[in-house]
Design a protein around this ligand. Structure first.
Ligand SMILES: [Zn+2]
Ligand SMILES: [Zn+2]
Length: 220
């Protein structure tokens, strides 16, 4: 099956946000709003040697609390935008039930590449904001033997590991090279000018001669 890179990219960003969101909910510290928890707020211990928080610590907490609230608002606003775009682009697809991000994961393959591209912008902003607040890095793992990107030649191919199913991990070029269209040596199914380079897991298996099990072995 041919998948447009914009669709793969949107799906991958949706998984990344789902992972960050889950991390936010699972962070085992004090509640802030609506299940988003702070990784810092509840873990602070005593200060000043007597257990009373100093002014600096209180200020840091208030700052952090405000930042977390602001992040949640930012995530919500972006997810709402992505949701409406997707819902209107897939009006003919039966609406799945479930949590918003899970539903979006299911709708993305049914939307057109232009919408997928727009949806990615919103999901990416939400994901970055959340990961910044949680101090969570990207879900990127290096490819065994560090092969060169077929497009730019830089050895920075990474598997995006947010999807719990390792057989679905797409590969990206972390050097950020963009497709130059029909004459691009990237080997993507659809080569379209100025799209990011992202290859489906099947490409990695076929071209890089890797299996999901090998990928997982190197990341263990
Ligand atoms: Zn590249
Ligand atoms: Zn290309």
């Amino acid at each position: 099956m041919t998948t447009h890179p914009a669709t793969l990219w949107a799906a991958s960003n949706c998984w990344s946000l789902r992972r960050a969101w889950a991390a936010a909910r699972n962070t085992n510290t004090s509640d802030t709003r609506d299940g988003i928890r702070s990784p810092v707020y509840g873990t602070r211990t005593s200060s000043g040697g007597h257990g009373d928080p100093t002014g600096d610590h209180i200020a840091a907490d208030v700052d952090h609390h405000t930042n977390t609230a602001r992040t949640i608002d930012e995530v919500r606003a972006n997810v709402d935008q992505a949701w409406w775009l997707l819902a209107s682009a897939t009006r003919d697809t039966p609406m799945p039930t479930g949590p918003a991000l899970a539903v979006m994961s299911r709708l993305i393959p049914a939307c057109d590449p232009a919408t997928a591209h727009e949806v990615t912008g919103y999901l990416d902003r939400a994901d970055r904001a959340l990961r910044r607040t949680l101090r969570l890095g990207d879900d990127h793992w290096p490819i065994p033997e560090n092969p060169a990107c077929p497009a730019c030649g830089v050895r920075m191919l990474r598997a995006r590991t947010s999807n719990p199913d390792s057989a679905q991990w797409p590969v990206i070029c972390a050097a950020g090279c963009l497709c130059i269209g029909e004459t691009c040596p990237c080997g993507m199914d659809v080569r379209q000018k100025r799209t990011v380079h992202i290859w489906p897991a099947a490409w990695a298996t076929r071209t890089l001669d890797l299996t999901a099990t090998e990928m997982e072995a190197t990341t263990a």
